[in-house]
Design a binder for this molecule. Structure first.
Ligand code: GLU
Length: 470
């Protein structure tokens, strides 16, 4: 393949949506797989809806996802990378098409008959110079309308295969509005050509636009890039993924404690099935294996359960210290201040198996920071006669031991279970009262961790007060 250059072209009219992030990801993976360039172009010609805050947040989200661009705002030799800075280029291309007889001035404004009735060509095509002058004299700023030639167009789409369009069904369309602003069709074609884009990878909602784009590429004498249209993400009800299905913006996942590599892993798998059984991929692995040809044509159904599972897998693949560092922003600041780094690492070690997102570090840490609250089930355990004996013995054993590390804490449990066995109490009857006394719950981290994290004094205090229950 020649020089691979692909682009992600967001309109800054909202935050980065998961669907757009997936488009960006496929472009980025394809570029990186082939050693090509990933370009970000801001399509901000809709002045009413575009906002710099959205551009900023889209760029931040891309950066958080690790989808760094080779060219884009502030970087690269084919700029400017904001369409609002390229208006004169679009205008000159539209005028060139008029001069070549491939487009014409249209004085109909918003009420063109072409758009409202079943008519392919606007009457403005027939206006001679005098009529045009008359219209201009009335203060009408003409739009420029592309004159759609009659032909059959075949898009050799990398995902969908050859797809034929008959231009007899395409009306002459506006490429430059009366106010001098280009329509999407013109700006996207001019930019893709001028920026030497080799492959246009975008959602299949753009497939109906592609024949128009191909006509414009040809009319302007440009090379035509290759196209790959991917399927869209749907909610579980089959409708396009939207707010009514839950969080759709990338930043919401970041704030909820998802890892960027998990989001990327999940988005990649939404339409792409790698060979083999592997489901957890690091970004470099995705880059290595990704291919557009393997993208599915069917809509991708968003499944939060799968994303959660993938996130948990990535979380547990991190070394403890790094994971602790990542979890700290999700913990309560005043509580983090009270404990040592070693303690935090131990707490993460004890609880990480139950993390779906990093925010679960906070949920799990509450056991250690909040006062003891005993559940109904735990209370039932604590009320048993055998439990009273277990807890009395535990206070005794703990008093004579240290629980500064896992081994010491394990030794306490071992000697407790040995002593209780002699009294005919074993298994759950030993460990459940200990757990319930320390945590107030019937499930949670391994017991030895709890001893280490509470320390000897607090452990004894909790056990003594729990022994009074019932
Ligand atoms: N700005 C367009 C969009 O957000 C880009 C379309 C394209 O990739 O050509 O849908």
């Amino acid at each position: 393949m020649g020089n691979i250059r692909v682009r992600f072209a967001p309109s800054p009219t909202g935050n980065l949506h998961l669907g757009s992030a997936r488009t960006a990801l496929y472009n980025w993976l394809f570029a990186k797989h082939h050693g090509g360039d990933f370009i970000v172009r801001i399509e901000d010609t809709d002045f009413l809806r575009s906002a710099p805050e959205f551009e900023q947040s889209i760029l931040e989200d891309l950066s958080w996802l690790g989808l760094n661009y080779d060219e884009g705002p502030g970087k690269g030799g084919f700029g400017p990378y904001r369409q609002s800075r390229r208006l004169s280029l679009y205008k000159s291309k539209a005028k060139q098409l008029v001069a070549d007889g491939k487009a014409y001035y249209c004085y109909c404004g918003e009420q063109s008959k072409v758009d409202s009735v079943n008519k392919k060509t606007c009457n403005c095509l027939g206006l001679d110079g005098r009529d045009q002058l008359d219209a201009s004299a009335k203060g009408v700023n003409p739009a420029i309308r592309f004159r759609v030639p009659k032909e059959k167009i075949v898009i050799d789409d990398i995902v969908y295969g050859p797809t034929e369009f008959d231009t007899a069904n395409i009306k002459d369309f506006i490429i430059l509005r009366g106010n001098g602003m280009p329509t999407f069709h013109l700006s996207v074609v001019v930019d893709d050509a001028e920026m030497k884009i080799s492959h246009v990878i975008r959602g299949n909602d753009h497939l109906p636009n592609t024949p128009k784009h191909i006509l414009l590429f040809k009319a302007l004498g440009y090379d035509i890039p290759k196209f790959a249209h991917h399927s869209l993400i749907m909610g579980s009800d089959g409708g396009k993924l939207s707010k009514r299905h839950g969080a759709t913006a990338v930043f919401q996942y970041r704030e909820a404690g998802y890892l960027h590599e998990a989001v990327i892993n999940y988005l990649a798998l939404l339409s792409w099935t790698p060979a083999g059984e592997q489901e957890i991929f690091k970004p470099e692995e995705l880059m290595q294996y990704f291919s557009l040809e393997k993208l599915s044509k069917s809509p991708a159904i968003f499944d939060i359960g799968k994303l959660n599972w993938i996130n948990g897998q990535h979380i547990r693949s991190y070394p403890l210290e790094e994971l602790t560092q990542m979890a700290i922003p999700f913990l309560a600041k005043d509580e983090v201040k009270k404990v040592s780094r070693e303690w935090l690492i131990k707490m993460v070690e004890a609880t990480r198996d139950d993390y779906i997102t990093l925010a679960d570090a906070k949920v799990q840490s509450e056991l250690f920071f909040k006062p003891l609250k005993i559940t109904k089930e735990a209370k039932q355990w604590l009320e048993k006669d055998t439990s009273k004996a277990v807890l009395a013995k535990l206070v005794e054993v703990l008093g004579a031991s240290r629980v500064d590390n896992n081994d010491e804490a394990r030794a306490v449990l071992k000697s407790l279970s040995k002593e209780m066995k002699e009294q005919g109490i074993k298994g759950k009857d030993v460990f459940m009262p200990v757990r319930c006394a320390l945590t107030g719950k019937t499930e949670g981290p391994e017991l030895f961790y709890i001893f280490v994290l509470f320390g000897k004094q607090k452990s004894i205090k909790r056990i003594e007060s729990a022994a009074k229950v019932g």
